[in-house]
Design a protein around this ligand. Structure first.
Ligand code: SAH
Length: 226
């Protein structure tokens, strides 16, 4: 019995070492080589166990350069996209960030490694609950979960230093713009579902709203509750 336990422990150690090596490779070749420079973002991408947040059927693919299915017709974004979006909000250690579209919880975990508090909203109840359980098991205490339509943001904790939306919306939801701090940044894929969308960075300065297209992207659709 004891031998078996020791053997399992060894296998486990070996596997987590192997995943660490895969993750390093991902950070260098998928993220740094493509121009992500923010040290806080890179450090967070090095830390988060992405393989613990994807379904077991695709766990072996966790560090590949692609999005992966997570059930309910949804996907976990490609690692590079997560790093790029994280960097684009210029995250600071004392930030309070709102994420719309919890999904697997991976983007929330990356943010939680950097910022003070993460508030994340998911419309598919089973996904939101699974992510909350997984992230608690992984020890995250600064991520707060809500099930609901993220169109309305999370008013109770507003304003936010930054907002990350991970589902494609036809336009920027006005409640999210309202809940963004003056001087804050929001990143959001804008466009029709099932077509190429634009990743847009929105900056709020007083009454002035400045938007810039960053790159074409493909995200799952922003759905609305009835
Ligand atoms: N950030 C996620 C990506 C998940 S894909 C990750 O790191 O894994 C986008 C997610 O947005 C899906 O889980 C989808 O169910 C959710 N979503 C779509 N419309 C939404 C809405 N109106 N409010 C909240 N979540 C929404």
């Amino acid at each position: 019995m004891l031998k078996l336990v020791l053997l399992l422990l060894l296998v486990n150690l070996f596997q987590s070492d192997e995943r660490q090596a895969e993750r390093e490779h991902m950070v260098v070749h998928q993220i740094q080589d493509r121009g992500v420079k923010d040290e806080l973002t890179i450090e967070a991408m090095r830390k988060v166990d992405r393989h613990k947040l994807v379904p077991s059927e695709v766990r072996h693919l966790a560090y590949q350069d692609r999005p992966l299915p997570i059930g309910f017709g949804q996907t976990i974004s490609q690692p590079y996209m997560v790093a790029y979006m994280t960097e684009s909000i210029r995250p600071g250690e004392n930030f309070k960030v709102l994420e719309i579209g919890t999904g697997s919880g991976y983007q929330a975990a990356v943010l939680a490694e950097i910022v003070a508090e993460v508030y994340t909203v998911e419309i598919v109840e089973d996904l939101g609950k699974r992510a909350a359980n997984d992230l608690r098991d992984m020890g995250y205490q600064n991520i707060h979960f809500k099930i609901g339509d993220g169109y309305y943001g999370w008013q109770e904790h507003a304003p936010y230093d930054a907002i990350i939306v991970t589902a494609a919306s036809e336009q920027v939801p006005p409640p999210l713009l309202k809940q963004l701090k003056d001087g804050g940044r929001m990143i959001i894929p804008v466009g029709s579902p099932f077509m190429t969308q634009q990743l847009v960075i929105v900056e709020k300065k007083g009454k002035r709203i400045r938007s810039r297209n960053l790159m074409p992207v493909r995200f799952v659709p922003f759905t609305r509750s009835k």
